[in-house]
Design a protein around this ligand. Structure first.
Ligand code: SF4
Ligand code: SF4
Ligand code: FES
Length: 237
């Protein structure tokens, strides 16, 4: 049986890597490797996961230098020789080992007005939104975000300026801007128009390149830039 040489981050921001030998197995995922270490070698290893099938967004880690969802990342795809290096996500405080504090990430969703607000009541008919309409297509394009933080951890601008709302929050804002049932309107545009909002994006696209759901936050942010500019010209902001 072959083995993997796995370096895993231990401790908080001031921690260090520790090395473990993990047996290789067929169809092994990075989450399987971490779980093996926790169950057989290091019972107090801190990490986070829930669904194991790419739905909950809780298992993201830095694997050989890149942010990834660990439950859907096969070792065979990312291993370098027999080496794996597994660290917590960048751009977020480390709680312990591989677990990061996602508070700032989700606070920014709220700051970007990422909550749906409708005007319909239970007495109204179901909203009918034409699937082929441009707004519906734009909203559908970003709706599958699982909040994993991979894009946020991959964004250089988040690293440079911690108040930047980041790709996930703005992908969510763009989704709701295009949701014809939502009534937040100009208030949301104001929320994403400031210095920490869409205009700080450098459009280099690391978020879009790395998103495990193949979403394109860069395109959504470009859409926000356009619509914010139009609203500013009309004096609406
Ligand atoms: S395109 Fe914008 S949001 Fe995406 S990683 Fe680059 S700077 Fe960040
Ligand atoms: S946009 Fe993609 S990478 Fe970013 S949080 Fe959502 S699913 Fe994860
Ligand atoms: S454990 Fe839920 S997305 Fe990986």
């Amino acid at each position: 049986m072959t083995t993997l040489n796995v370096r895993v981050w231990r401790g908080n921001e001031d921690g260090q890597f520790a090395s473990y030998q993990v047996p290789r197995s067929a169809s092994q995922t990075v989450l399987d490797v971490v779980t093996y270490i926790q169950r057989h070698l290091e019972p107090d290893l801190g990490y986070r996961f829930a669904c194991r099938v790419g739905m909950c967004g809780s298992c993201a880690m830095t694997v050989n230098g890149k942010a990834r969802w660990s439950c859907r990342t096969h070792v065979a795809k990312v291993v370098q020789g027999d080496a794996l290096e597994i660290a917590p996500l960048s751009n977020l405080p480390v709680i312990k080992d591989l677990a990061t504090d996602m508070t700032a990430f989700f606070d920014k969703w709220a700051a970007a007005k990422g909550q749906f607000k409708g005007a319909a009541t239970r007495h109204d008919a179901f909203a009918s939104v034409e699937p082929a309409s441009p707004a519906r297509k734009a909203a559908d394009a970003g709706i599958e975000c699982i909040g994993c933080g991979v894009c946020y951890a991959s964004c250089d601008v988040v690293g440079w300026r911690p108040d930047y709302l980041g790709p996930a929050a703005m992908n969510r804002a763009w989704t709701l801007v295009n949701d014809v049932r939502d009534v937040v309107g100009t208030e949301r545009l104001r929320a994403v128009a400031g210095d920490a909002g869409c205009h700080s994006c450098h459009t280099q696209g690391s978020c879009t390149e790395r998103c495990p759901k193949q979403l394109a936050p860069t395109a959504g942010i470009a859409g926000l830039k356009r619509i914010v500019a139009k609203a500013a010209i009309k004096g609406e902001l």
